[in-house]
Design a protein around this ligand. Structure first.
Ligand SMILES: NC(=O)C1=CN([C@@H]2O[C@H](COP(=O)(O)OP(=O)(O)OC[C@H]3O[C@@H](n4cnc5c(N)ncnc54)[C@H](O)[C@@H]3O)[C@@H](O)[C@H]2O)C=CC1
Ligand SMILES: O=C([O-])CC(=O)C(=O)O
Length: 328
C-alpha cells in the first residue's frame, strides 16, 4: 500500500459532494492502491449536514479511507493537502447580476487561495468546480503566491464528456469510439466544443458528420446549454455527472491520459493558440507524470477561431471585472 494522500473537498455537504466523496474514498479518483484522507470544508451552518455525510462515509467501511476531517476553517481543510477540489461556491440567486456573483464568489476564492498558499502540500493540485469556475480559479490562483500558477485548473471535463456523448449519439457509435474532443474557453454558454480534430473510430468526426447545420444549430448549443437543460428537467443542477467529471479530471491529471487521446482542462493560458496569458481557459491537454501539456499544432479554421475568440473575450471581461473589484 502507498502512503495516504490528503484530499480537500469544499462544499462537501452539497449535491456534488454527495456524489463525489464516496467515489474518491472508494479509489475511483486516485486508484485502488492509494489510501486517502478526506478534509472536508463547509460553511458553519452546514456542519451538521456535513456530519451526516461523514457518518455515511464511515458506514461504507471503505478500505482506502484513513481519516475524515470536518471543518469550517479553510486553513484546517487545506492543511498539507495534495489535491483540493473547490466545489463550494455561492450560487446565482434571483436578480443577481454576473458581477454580483463574481464579487460574492471573490470573497470565497480569495480566502481559499490564501489558505491553500499557506497550508497545502508543496505538490498540491487544485480543481475549481464552483461557478463561475474559470474565474474563481483565477481569483484563487492570484491569491496564492506560494503555489505555482499551473496547479490551478477549472473544470470543463463535464462539457467534454457531454460533447463526446452527443457525437456518439449522432454517429450511432459508442463514446468509446470518440477521441480527441476539445472544449475551448469558458465553462459557460460561450464555450466552444470543437469536433474538427475529434475522431470517431479513428476517422475524422467532422468529415463523418458532414453536417454544418447540425453542428451550428444542434451540437454546439446542446453542449453549451446542457447545464441549463438539466436544471430545467431536474429542478436542480447537474450533480452526479459533475462529480463524475471531477473524478475524471483529477484521475487523468494524476495518473495520465490514455495514448492517442486527449482531454479538456481549463488551465492558465501560456499564450498557445493566441489565447492571452492571464486567464484560465480550456484547452486540449495530455497528462503524464502528474503534469499536463497543451496539445500543440492543431489547425484552427476561421469558423473555430471565431468561436474561440468569443469565449476568450468573455473570460477577459470576467478577468477585467474581478480586477476592478481588486480580487486578482
Ligand atoms: N464546472 C462545472 O462543470 C460545474 C460546476 N457546478 C457548480 O458547482 C457548484 C456546487 O454545486 P452543487 O454541489 O450542486 O451546489 P450545492 O449548493 O448543493 O452545494 C454547495 C455547497 O457549498 C457550500 N459552500 C458555500 N460556500 C462555501 C464556502 N465558502 N466554503 C465551503 N463550502 C461552501 C454550501 O454550504 C453547499 O453545501 C455550483 O457553483 C455549481 O454551479 C455544477 C455543475 C457543473
Ligand atoms: O449550469 C449550471 O448551473 C451547472 C453547471 O455548471 C453545468 O451543469 O454545467
Amino acid at each position: 500500500m502507498k502512503d495516504p494522500v490528503r484530499v480537500a473537498v469544499t462544499g462537501a455537504a452539497g449535491q456534488i459532494g454527495y456524489s463525489l466523496l464516496f467515489r474518491i474514498a472508494s479509489g475511483q479518483m486516485l486508484g485502488e492502491d492509494q489510501p486517502v484522507a478526506l478534509q472536508l470544508l463547509e460553511i458553519t451552518p452546514a456542519l451538521d449536514a456535513l456530519k451526516g455525510v461523514a457518518m455515511e462515509l464511515e458506514d461504507c467501511a471503505f478500505p482506502l479511507l484513513t481519516e475524515i476531517v470536518q471543518t469550517d476553517d479553510p486553513e484546517v481543510a487545506f492543511g498539507d493537502v495534495n489535491y483540493a477540489l473547490l466545489v463550494g461556491s455561492r450560487p446565482r440567486s434571483k436578480g443577481m447580476e454576473r458581477k454580483d456573483l463574481l464579487e460574492a464568489n471573490g470573497a470565497i476564492f480569495t480566502v481559499q487561495g490564501r489558505a491553500l498558499s499557506s497550508s497545502a502540500a508543496s505538490d498540491v493540485k487544485v480543481l475549481v468546480v464552483g461557478n463561475p469556475a474559470n474565474t474563481n480559479a483565477l481569483i484563487a490562483m492570484s491569491n496564492a503566491p506560494d503555489v505555482p500558477n499551473d496547479r490551478f485548473t477549472a473544470m470543463t471535463r463535464l462539457d467534454h464528456n457531454r460533447a463526446k456523448a452527443q457525437l456518439a449519439q449522432k454517429t450511432g457509435t459508442s463514446v468509446n469510439d470518440v477521441t480527441k474532443m476539445t472544449i475551448w474557453g469558458n465553462h459557460s454558454a460561450t464555450q466552444y466544443p470543437d469536433i474538427f480534430h475529434a475522431e470517431v473510430g479513428g476517422r475524422s468526426a467532422a468529415e463523418l458528420v458532414n453536417d454544418q447545420g447540425w453542428l451550428e444549430s444542434e451540437f454546439i448549443p446542446t453542449v453549451q446549454q446542457r447545464g441549463a437543460a438539466i436544471i430545467e428537467a431536474r429542478g436542480l443542477s447537474s450533480a452526479a455527472s459533475a462529480a463524475n467529471a471531477a473524478i475524471d479530471h483529477m484521475r487523468d491529471w494524476a495518473l495520465g491520459t490514455p495514448d492517442g487521446d486527449w482531454v479538456s482542462m481549463a488551465i492558465p493560458s501560456d499564450g498557445s493558440y493566441g489565447v492571452p496569458e492571464g486567464i484560465i481557459s480550456s484547452f486540449p491537454v495530455t497528462c503524464s507524470g502528474g503534469e499536463y501539456s497543451i496539445v500543440q499544432g492543431l489547425e484552427i479554421d476561421e469558423f473555430s477561431q471565431g468561436r474561440i475568440d468569443a469565449t476568450v473575450a468573455e473570460l477577459q471581461e470576467e478577468r477585467d471585472t474581478v480586477a476592478e473589484l481588486g480580487l486578482v
